[in-house]
Design a protein around this ligand. Sequence first.
Ligand code: PMM
Length: 274
Amino acid sequence: MGVVNVTPDSFSDGGQWFDRELAVKHGLDLVAQGADLVDVGGESTRPGAARVDEAEELRRVVPVVRELAAAGVLVSVDTMRASVAEQAVDAGAVLVNDVSGGQADPAMVPVVAAAGVPFVVMHWRGQSIDMNNRAVYADVLGEVLDELRTGLDRAVAGGIAPERVVLDPGLGFAKDADHDLALLAHLSRLEALGRPLLVAASRKRFLGRVLARDAHAAPPPARERDAATAAVTAIAAREGAWAVRVHEVRASADAVRVAHAIEAAAGGADAGAR
Ligand code: PMM
């Protein structure tokens, strides 16, 4: 899943694809680089971000979704608003990616249920403006698992078919670097929830922390975290993730191919051993 942020302020690419034509071109480029899906969003969710108003989000997102879908691209819409999801699906989006998992807008689950499209339920503890205050866990894996299960149950109770729900641990959302790493270390536990997993590590703060020379050194800027992102992609693919959401597609598409080739070789070796 390649990312097209039609925003002036996203943490790693804010402003780059704010222009409609550039956003569409970028989406097409991501497909050429190997993306199977293009995720179009019009609202930054970086820590501390304020909400964008509804009319502005619609203005940013819907025309880009329409043009990419018309060009044959599988488009997902990254939004917490039911109205944006509904209009994006009307414009051709095939999946709704809601970082709040339906919690931010009570109309979201009914709209997605009626549309009959897949729905990404991400682990979320509240709006970005103060989410870092909610990065408090006694047992991050257990609590994220429980809260994701609740999100899945909420979606299903609201009429979304369980087989249409994708789960996402929400790296960086109400989580610090150690929380993100602990979740990545236990992806198989998240898979035990029985739904496909989306992993969205791309350029995030925890990678900056990992790449900084020491605990006091400044992290490299977001744009210098793509190789580290591809490393996470290889691991996620090997662990059986359904998709990764990334800004730079080529390296991650290659990482997925390599992971699959290794998987196939493991199957062949197992068969040979029998
Ligand atoms: N992260 C961002 C935006 N959308 N969607 C899902 N499902 N999971 C995420 O972790 C996620 C997301 C923030 O990153 P961006 O500003 O680079 O898009």
